[in-house]
Design a protein around this ligand. Structure first.
Ligand SMILES: Cc1cc2nc3c(=O)[nH]c(=O)nc-3n(C[C@H](O)[C@H](O)[C@H](O)COP(=O)(O)OP(=O)(O)OC[C@H]3O[C@@H](n4cnc5c(N)ncnc54)[C@H](O)[C@@H]3O)c2cc1C
Length: 401
């Protein structure tokens, strides 16, 4: 039997390691295909943008760790998927599978906001390694001659945390240089209140973030729809124009092209519908994990805000999917559980720790705490996670996810 996994990040790598642990290598071949030859710890991209880390600092090569676990690695872009014929195509070959796991993450739908760029327009983003590196160069230049700046999220965004992280980290960097008076900051978000994050908030996050932004003299606008970014402004749907010499805006996300174009695989945005076992709703030998999964928003909001799929949630999906693939093979019971989420948001001088269980309200746990200790924990966790995945030790002690 041959399982093919597309994607070498939180979803794909965790499924690969778990499956290898659950299924004997003599009867079960596993191949992981990834366009990117490295595992990159994506949650550290705001640090790349700020210049405190490089992509090399937050990544490792996939081939060695995978091969050492008897998982074949192919560095290639999957150009098309044929779910009827059980085949995936790369520019060099056609690969047959018995079971397919799709963990291809997202495509940044930057075209949703005219001017967002980041490579063909004045706006910046940090949703992928090249975008974070581009934003870092622009940020370095901006610091030499700062001016008004706008940070925010576009209508329909789902990954809102990095906008807040960049906002707080940028403020911290400006404050250290005594430049805040030259760079008034405005935060613009489609969320109905600060800290909604597409999940309806966590504990007292709204009051906390409002007071943190007010303490820092940062203006904010909620339920706001960014429509255009120009070289010196950001415009919103109500006709407001905000002066901005540095604009960083998180776009809405879409599925990657190979998924979006595969007949019958995804929804119109290119995300893939699954059942509670993370199995495709039509093709029973296809599993999907991570950002590639189609999950509906938690509620209707005046300006659309989509449901986030975090690294922590992706890891849980990977574990559930791997167990269920093994259950298909071994004839054992399938299992699942509701997703929970735990996140640490860097706020420059401290960090906020948020927990929601389950992610979708109503919840048993909805908690917020903050302090310097969480900043230390975030830095530790980034290193620990890279170490853990490089070793293939994908089980964590209970006190870390
Ligand atoms: C800036 C930023 C900050 C974040 N911060 C946090 C945080 O603090 N905490 C948290 O829990 N989550 C955070 N997240 C979310 C987290 O990074 C994602 O949930 C996680 O990366 C999703 O993993 P994934 O495997 O689904 O997809 P991705 O990480 O997007 O990986 C997709 C993989 O698929 C490969 N791929 C894509 N298309 C193809 C193709 N056609 N052929 C072959 N390979 C392909 C890519 O090369 C990559 O290996 C953040 C995300 C961003 C962007």
């Amino acid at each position: 039997m041959h399982t093919v996994i597309i994607g070498g990040s939180f979803g794909g790598l965790n499924v690969a390691y778990d499956l290898r642990r659950l299924l004997p290598h003599k009867s079960h071949k596993i191949t992981l295909i990834s366009a990117e030859p490295r595992f990159i710890f994506i949650p550290s991209l705001p640090w790349v943008t700020m210049g405190s880390k490089t992509i090399d600092d937050i990544s490792f090569e996939l081939k060695g760790p995978l091969n050492s676990k008897r998982i074949e690695f192919i560095e290639a872009t999957v150009t098309s998927i044929d779910p009827e014929k059980n085949q995936v195509h790369t520019p060099a070959e056609t690969i047959d599978y018995d079971c397919l796991v799709i963990a291809t993450g997202h495509r940044s739908a930057n075209e949703a906001v005219p001017g967002l760029g980041p490579f063909d327009g004045p706006g910046h983003s940090l949703m992928s390694p090249p975008e974070a590196e581009e934003a870092h160069e622009a940020w370095t230049t901006f610091l030499e001659n700062p001016g008004p700046m706008v940070i925010g999220c576009a209508p329909g965004a789902s990954c809102l945390g990095p906008a807040y992280e960049f906002l707080f980290e940028a403020h911290h960097a400006l404050k250290k240089r005594k430049l805040c008076h030259k760079a008034p900051m405005t935060f613009i978000t489609p969320e109905p209140f600060l800290g909604h994050f597409g999940v309806g908030g966590f504990g007292k996050i709204r009051q906390y973030l409002e007071s943190e932004l007010e303490d820092r003299d940062i203006r904010y606008h909620t339920s706001a729809a960014i429509t255009t970014i120009t070289g010196n402004s950001v415009e919103t749907a109500d006709g407001s124009v905000f002066e901005s010499r540095f604009s960083l805006v998180i776009p809405p996300l879409a599925g990657v092209t190979a998924v979006a174009e595969a007949p019958g695989l995804g929804n119109p945005k290119g995300f893939i519908p699954v059942d509670e076992h993370y199995r495709h709703t039509t093709f029973s030998n296809i599993y999907v994990v991570g950002v590639a999964v189609a999950l509906p928003p938690v509620e209707d909001t005046p300006v659309p805000v989509n449901f986030p799929k975090t690294g922590h949630m992706t890891e849980q999906m990977a574990r559930i999917a791997a167990n269920n693939i093994a259950a298909d093979v071994l004839g054992t019971q399938k299992t699942t559980h509701e997703l929970s989420v735990e996140c640490i948001m860097d706020m420059g001088n401290e960090a906020a720790h948020m927990v929601a269980d389950p992610v979708r309200p109503p919840r048993n746990v909805s908690r917020l705490s903050h302090g310097k200790r969480w900043l230390i924990a975030k830095r530790f966790f980034a290193r620990y996670y890279l170490w853990k995945l490089r070793l293939g030790a994908n089980k964590s002690p209970k006190w870390v996810w």
